[in-house]
Write a protein that binds this ligand. Structure first.
Ligand code: MG
Length: 284
């Protein structure tokens, strides 16, 4: 199933995509995406019943899709997780790490799948298409072979980055967390529809020009290893977001470097999930 949050006539709702439209889930008993995720399979069964009930669907053209999860507890992202992107990072002087490289995107950075990206105080605005996983059943000290059971679903993420601010300090946090620098969506595809998250083609376009094209099968540390590593230290809770890394082709790695400018349109897409498209707004 494809689960959405959307605004219609000024009111925010949960919905499920059916027949190219959106069926409202106001009658599901779940006021938020997080509450639906926390309900586990019984929540999905309820949604499926409503989807099959024949309730009228709104056209996707008549609603404004929002970030499919409103405010997760954590938004974690791994860096340097595709081999050729690692080569780009080498040229920038980023030290190769022995362990998985994790940083936080502050959850206030989240924005909708078609919302504008506000540049903020950076001169080096950049894009990163990534597969993002949404945690379902809480995970603590999970083995790789069990990790799949803790994923509720998947969405497309653009790990928008302010490269100058990213390298102010070694933690990356400042440059990864500007408001509006976390567009996700357009929906959460439940994990039962993604047989293997490590076979998905992903692409990023800037103004229609293909900049990134790769496959999630080329991750250095796959999602199961990521969940095992993170959950060895702390609990991953329902709704937590994990961005699984970006392949080569980012603007900072181009020769000459090419950063996003006001008016540019960035499209991130993953086969089997969907696409998000965000325009860079004027500087305030
Ligand atoms: Mg990234």
């Amino acid at each position: 199933m494809k689960l959405v949050r959307y605004k219609h006539d000024g009111v925010i709702h949960l919905g499920v995509v059916a027949d190219g439209g959106v069926v409202c889930l106001d009658d599901s008993g779940f006021p938020t995406m997080l509450s639906l995720i926390q309900a586990g399979q019984s929540g999905l069964d309820r949604v499926n019943d409503l989807r099959a009930s024949g309730a009228a669907a709104l056209s996707l053209d008549d609603v404004a899709l929002l970030a499919p999860i409103e405010r997760p507890g954590k938004y974690l992202a791994i860096g340097m997780n595709y081999a050729k992107h690692l080569e780009e990072a080498d040229k920038l002087g980023v030290a190769r790490a022995k362990y998985q490289t994790w940083f936080n995107k502050q959850t206030t950075c989240l924005s909708g799948p078609f919302d504008d990206i506000e540049p903020g105080p950076t001169d080096k605005l950049d894009y990163e298409v990534e597969l993002a996983a949404v945690i379902g059943k809480p995970a603590k000290q999970v083995l790789e072979e069990d990790a799949r059971h803790h994923v509720f679903g998947y969405t497309v993420a653009n790990d928008v980055s302010a490269r100058d601010w990213q390298f102010h300090t070694p933690t990356f946090t400042m440059g990864k967390s500007f408001d509006t620098h976390g567009p996700i969506g357009p929906w959460i595809v439940t994990s039962d529809e993604i047989a293997n998250p490590h076979t998905l083609a992903l692409r990023c376009f800037v103004n229609g020009e293909l900049r990134q094209s790769n496959n999630t099968g080329h991750m250095i540390h796959n999602l199961w290893a990521q969940i095992a590593y993170l959950s060895a230290a702390f609990t991953l809770e329902a709704g937590d977001l994990i961005a699984t890394g970006t392949p080569e082709g980012v603007g900072v790695g181009m020769e000459p470097q090419s950063f996003l400018q006001p008016g540019d349109v960035v499209r991130c897409e993953i086969d089997g999930i969907g696409a998000i498209e965000n325009r860079v707004s004027a500087r305030n």
